[in-house]
Every structure is written in C-alpha cells, then in structure tokens.
Design a protein around this ligand. Structure first.
Ligand code: 13P
Length: 248
C-alpha cells in the first residue's frame, strides 16, 4: 500500500521572515491530516527548515544537487552537504533545470546516483513539453528520461527514490493535466518499471506535479497510480498546502 506524499517545491521564493509562517503552517497541516509531507527549499534556507521541522513528520530537502561528490566546482552543492543539513529528499531533473540550465538525461542520472550514494532519496522529475505532447511522443519522452536513470543505477535503485510526473505545459500555467491524462502517464511509467521489476513498480511512489491546487488535488489523488503531488505555487501559501494535505 503506497501512502500519499505531498512535497512542496518552493523554487526560488522565500525569505527568512516569510518562511517562518509558512513552515509553521505546513507542520500543522501535516500533523492535522497525518499526511506524509516534505518541502524542498532553496539551499540557504535548509538550516531554517531543519530547525523548524526536526522531530516532526515533515521532511525537508533541496531542489538540486551536484553530479560530483566533491571538488573544485565553484557554486555547486554536494549530496553530502545536503545530508549534513538533515535533508531526506532532493529534486533531480526538474524541467526548469533541464530547460534553463541544460541538464540532460546523463547529468540527471549522475545527480540521482550521487544523491543515493549519500543516502538521500531523489525525487526524479519526468515530463514532456507541450510540443512533445502534441506530436504524440509523451510516452517516448518519459520512458527515455526514466531509462537513463535505470541504465545508470539499475531498476532496484527506484525502491529508494520517488518519481514525479510533471508535464512541462502544466507547470505554473494554471493548466492542469486532467486526472485521466495524468493517470494514463503514471500507469505507463509504472508499467515500464514493472517490465524490469514488478515488486519495485508496485511500491514506487509516483507524484503528479503541475498546477496542483486545493480545487483539483482530490480528484488527481483519487487516481490509482497517483501517489501524491509535487506542488509549486500552492506550496507557498499555507492554507493551500493545508487543503492539499487534507485531500491526500
Ligand atoms: P506549479 O504547482 O506552480 O505548477 O509548479 C509545479 C512544479 O514545478 C513543482 O515542481
């Protein structure tokens, strides 16, 4: 039985003062609804997330990690450093990283591997652009993105990871995939994993991300292969995050 998981991705938003209120709201919501939850915050706020969330049921993590263990890589942050700050999760392969920072499948697979080597649980993001959806290659794209990680780390590595299907055209656009559209891709991803390892596939959490809001969370989470959400904009508003936890 896969318990639902709600993860907030703050992206590049926040301030020490604003985070304080938000973290309190998130913690209260997770406790009230006994919902497994986490927040992926900007690096400078990891210490703040740790002090606000330690000892609660809410985990925290980062939004990116280096593909190297350590070395002369100015500006990069290693998986070991994230562990130092008590992180459980790290996002890898978010579409904004792929599109804006040139992360290709190979880089994403290396980041996934580094995260696991340090003991983090990577949240691997997969998803197609609007052009790819319209040209009918959604299945090829997500299978290729996932395949790169399976080739590098093996299918069993997915038992220590979370997947997130985030159609690029639904991110920050207010345009959500319909529950049926999302379910179709989630089922396809699970089936692809199942071809290699049925047990891993049946335990694997696959989150949906892309304009999840209090008004659509319940019907998305009701789908058999949707195991929770990766929430952008609505994770910055305590009441919205609360409502999404309630839906989960
Ligand atoms: P929105 O919920 O703002 O569409 O963002 C989704 C996302 O990118 C989460 O990682």
């Amino acid at each position: 039985m896969r318990a639902k998981l709600v993860v907030g991705n703050w992206k590049m938003y926040g301030s020490l003062a604003a985070n304080l209120t938000l973290l309190t709201g998130i913690k209260d919501a997770a406790i009230a609804f006994k919902c497994a939850a986490a927040v992926c915050v900007p690096f400078p706020y990891l210490a703040q997330a740790r002090s606000a969330l330690a000892g609660t049921s809410v985990a925290w993590g980062a939004q990116n990690v280096s593909e190297h263990a350590q070395g002369a890589f100015t500006g990069e942050v290693s998986a070991g450093m994230l562990v130092d700050f008590g992180c459980r999760y790290v996002l890898v392969g978010h579409s904004e990283r792929r599109a804006l920072y040139g992360e290709d499948d190979r880089t994403v697979a290396a980041k996934f591997q580094q995260a696991q080597l340090a003991g983090l649980t990577p949240i691997l993001c997969l998803g197609e652009t609007l052009a790819e959806r319209e040209s009918g290659v959604t299945a090829d794209v997500v299978t290729r993105q996932l395949g790169a990680v399976i080739d590098a780390s093996g299918v069993a590595a997915l038992s220590r990871a979370v997947l997130a299907y985030e159609p690029v055209w639904a991110i920050g656009t207010g345009k959500t995939a319909s529950p049926q559209q999302a379910q179709e891709v989630h089922a396809l991803i699970r089936a692809r994993v199942g071809q290699s390892d049925a047990a891993v596939a049946s335990e694997l959490r696959i989150l949906y991300g892309g304009s999840v809001k209090p008004g659509n969370a319940r019907e998305l989470f009701a789908m058999p292969d949707i195991d929770g959400g990766l929430i952008g904009g609505a994770s910055l508003v305590a009441e919205d995050f609360r409502a999404i936890c309630a839906a989960a």
